[in-house]
Ligand binder design. Sequence first.
Ligand code: MOS
Length: 772
Amino acid sequence: MDIEPSFFETNPQAGAVGQPLDRVDGRAKVTGQAKYSAEYNQLPGLTHAVLKTSDVAKGRITGFDTSAALKQPGVLAILTHQNLPKLAKTPNDADGKKAIGAPMGFLPLTTDQIHYAGQPVAVVVADTLERAQHAAALLKVQYAAEKPLASYEDPKAELFDPEAVQDGKTKGHTVRGNPKAAFAAAPVQLTHKYDHAINHHNPMEPGATTAHWEAADRLTIYESTQGVSRTQKSVSTMLGLSAEQVRVVTKYLGGGFGCKGSAWPHTILTVQAARAVGRPVKLSLTRPQMFTSMGHREDQTQTLRLGATKDGKLTALIHEKTSTTSPWDNYAEPNSKIINLLYECPNFEASYQLARANVMTSTFMRAPGEAPGSFALECSMDDLAYELGIDPLEIRLRNYAEKDPSTGQAWSSKSLKQCYARGAELFGWSKRNPKAGATRDGRLLVGWGMATASYPVHNSQGTARARLYADGHAVVQAGATDLGTGTYTVMTQVAADALGLPVDKVRFELGDTKLPTAPNSGGSVAAGTVSSSVYMAVQDVWQKLIKAAVLDKKSPLYRAKPADVEVKQGRLQLKADPKKGEEFGALMKRAEIGDVEGNGQGRYGSGYEDAQAAANADPSKKDEAAHHSMHSFGAHFCEVKVDPELGTVRVTRWVSVHGAGRILNAKTARSQIIGGSIFGIGCALMESTFRDPNYSRYTNASLADYHIPVNADIPDMTVEFVEEHDPYINAMGVKGIGEISMVGVAAAVANAVFHATGKRVRSLPITPNKIL
Ligand code: MOS
């Protein structure tokens, strides 16, 4: 199918899109009708699994005593590395991790080796949850423990360059220009180190799997995942089944933030347990297990060297990152990408080092790379502003990047100047006292800080199906997932407008591998990819109805050329003579067409741009049309009040303004930005998982001890979007807002703390002890 003109051209005054429609799944959620993955309790003979995990972080299992556990009533199986049913492929195999798309190159219960505390060593299955828990408590495991490494900070840890290890070269280092010489020659030189605590995602709904073997070669998994298709691929590959033999269903999710972006070990272990007992098995991770089962944001240190002229223009940025990884993977979130493109700077270099420790592999967590990278860059920009006596907003404008410095490409769209201006206006930035530590409210110190946000538009594509019925309702489907942020709602709006129907005549279905394949809800791609897939599927419906009309002797459009017919608000009409035409319902009823099904593929990011350039552009203009740099941009403004005696920080005002293309729903979008900003405030002031340096165990693996903001910690927040039309991204012009919401947030808070106190805290979270 040809690339269609964008939504903007065909629906300049779209009806539902953009409106603050209430969540279409809201009632189901608040009345308990919404079924989450651990709530399929009607499955015949459902049993319950509990993970037994290792307390030691390094060593070997020397034996199990299962006798007491197995004697308990209702206990059906205890799976260990000694009896786990064999898998066709595991991530441990040479090509396994890649083939499976696994987040970790190690699957527990495949060996007696212990690599991290919290590693599953047994799966206990019983007829009730309580019996499984009791048996797991009675199960004794003997270990030969060894002293573990806990992080890169351990003096025994060995730092290595992952690229050098992989291919003998250091091509993973990014270098532009001549950064070392430029830094050495810079009139202003800043070198600072930034520390980032370990963070855990902590979605409200923990990871959960319900596995049901309907036949020896047919499996259904109800899984708490951000991507049913990716889980299907992972599980079917491990089992040696074809994809269609494994169905994955995720109708509702209670958050994910990245930790549900890939299939972690508990999923396949539950599947294997169900196979072993011949009955459906449900496993729900406990809150403490969430700290050792689905990844985390790694402990990391960044050193940023910034060179600038006396008038505040950047001349060099040199970034180094050191972080902890697992014994078998080389994962580090890519912090330097945002540092390479946020501001105009001719010389840039980035490198990173890893150290292995006895921890599970870390993983993507909301704005992976951009969030911690922006903390370093945006604090250093603030330092530069104070160093030169230039306003922090002005220093950013002086370094405004009119094109992408990392690639030289033009931006597909960028509204950052409007975001700065509107944010400053809403916040009252011009009234800021430039001096740090000089503003008081009674005994409290008051500080104002700001930071820039940006997030890339990643490439993605997906498919959708739309079925329009003659009576004027429609069912639209895509195998997408709704993290809780509004996919059901915004896709209903997109489909309704494209079909010219009211939203209550459209049902949008998602969360099932039986539906057309959609990408993971991750990397902020879901809104853009799925909306353009839905839009394209509806265009396919119209193409089919136009064909039917021009062949129908009774249609006013009989014998018209299909290319001369357009569809407006559900009416098929001649472009040149819109009075000539008919409603789709009239056509379908007369021609006895009960329903029409359309399928569409939506592209997002440079995939769309390339295809559009190939389809529409004059070949000589192709290069100019394609290959833009695609990012959303925004700005956060923060006021804090700091108690000088207690060192406590409260965020008292907040303004975020973003330019993120078309906003599909004003209400859910605002909620996304509020949620992400609160996530960032948590990262700035509270969130930290402590890993004991001797035992490499987490000492605060609970929501009582791992602090996240509550309502009382957060003021009313002001969120706005700048109107932005981007023709290069996808048919809908949607950029996605899931992650940009937290980029720059920690820096905005840290910069406000500096303005309040004159004290620069470069270590997250900014707890009272660091302020006093
Ligand atoms: Mo997001 S960290 O890509 O789920």
